[in-house]
Write a protein that binds this ligand. Sequence first.
Ligand SMILES: [Zn+2]
Ligand SMILES: [Zn+2]
Length: 613
Amino acid sequence: MINLKLANILTDIAEVNKSRTDDRKISLILTIAARTIRDNPERVDKTFAEGKLKDLVGIQGLPYDLIKEYLETGSIGLYEEIKQKYSQDLIRLMRISGFGKKMLFKTYDTLNIKTLADLKEKLNEGAAIFGVLAGTTSGKDTTIKTYVERFKLSLDYIESIKGMSPRWEVENYVDEIKNSLYRIKDIETVMAVGSLRRKKSAVKDIDLLILPYFNGLTYDFVKSEKLLDEINSLDFIKRLIKKDIRQENISGRFGTVFGIEIELIISSRKNWAVDMLYATGSKKHIKKLETVARGRGFFKGGRIDINAISKDRPEGIINHSGTSSCPETDTVRFEETIYDKLGLQYVPPELREDMGEIELSDRHILPELLTMEDIKGDLHVHSIWSDGLISLSDMIERIKKFRYEYIAISDHTTSNYYGRGLDVERLRRKESYINRLKSRFKDFRILLGSEIDIRGADKFDYPEDIIKKMDIAIGSMHSSFLNTRDENTTRAVSAIKNKYIDFVAHPTGVVFGNRAPYFIDIDRLIEEAARNNKALEINSYFLRMDLNEQNVRKAGKMGVKLVINTDAHRPNNMDMIRLGVDIARRAGLQKKDVLNALPFEELKAWKSQRSQV
Ligand SMILES: [Zn+2]
Ligand SMILES: [Zn+2]
């Protein structure tokens, strides 16, 4: 995961440098560079080898030198200097917690903290850390208590994502791995299964199902094992971790150069459908499915009995040799046959988590899930007016690609320094620019949006008469990591209650590996959104994915509309909309639950009807 790793190092350096005004500029440059690196759809070492690194946005001067140094020597001198005193985890905690450098480093120094484990111990002991915090903060009891809680939450957060990687980044490697595997002449089909196929936001490994030409209606164990050996010699493989030889197939687990483990299951034409089902999981879903199969006479030898199922409809479940290969679009058809035979409605992979889906499928009342085609527009896109680096033509390209009806150019507001927020004067200029665009395009609508910082309860960056004029007004919190739960909840609720704000963006503030969520009573926010007929955002940016599927499920059940946006800052961020759709699907949402699945006129009606109340 080199892109994310390197981007995190750059943000760490930026964070350490944030104090003086001069340093603030350096921090800004490094923050921009980090974003470019982590969003790069290609491995940064590859981009560098091709000599194209300098062409990337913001990768000139200092950032370029630092990245080059890292790629050539494996480390960055400047970073190593910082690391001499504090471990990488302790440095990263600055960003994850939102604590200032001074307070954090003073705590480390005074209490002789060298690792996260030391810190955890001191937190459990209590007294000593309370003493340091009393001296480094305002000294108020509530502040000290909040800081201790923030420390604990941050450590729990780090623990919760241990060994996980954002799916979007992993998928880029999967493409590379697939290409490499297809160069082996025995391999006919490679398919991503496991949590990748179930579209989880973060995954811990890559599961691939492989169909070789030689495994037809019988399984050749000798050749299959040889195939694993051949795979073991491929460039991207680091080492074989273990081999599993089961009654029905063989699989191998490998370490890779991408820093993520991969499980390869060698399947056969005969068992393709059932192998796919088992390898997709989840374990809990399969367990329940097996119970159904057992009760209905389709279970044998410890597995769902493919022979009994394929007896009547072999053509539906076995892809006979001689026909073309098994593209992923066929897979649904194969699996449908299994569910069908078991008397169940087909369960899309996203729902296979044993969250009641088998019960619903038994009654044939599974929801018809939202699809990408239902999305009519993106309401949270940053342009060059603030910190976005997306040109108008980039936007139009995506509008056409996704057949959007509308898009809202929603930039940051005054108090957002790192987001180059717009003051009222610049907003006025932007407004006349957007008005010109409105008259220029007839096939789709470009809307004036704004991502308004919620500075405090009922304290927004713009006065109400300006918020009122927005086509789309978003309320956001960006620097609320050290507030109490009550403070943050009151702030967010005040935005929900504001007549002119349409929705709250990234409601928990979590950024994968970069920010632990802030303290907020999300249930209260959902209740207030329901009461005030406001939407809540599913932020599709691959590191945010906020709200998460559990909260989306809750909101959906309460009748709150969700709005799926990309919060794009770079052109390819706009393609991440599908990640938000995946969250919605995993939460069981339908088209009717999603604000930006409404055609433009209905979106407008939703807004105007609400502001009349
Ligand atoms: Zn934001
Ligand atoms: Zn934003």
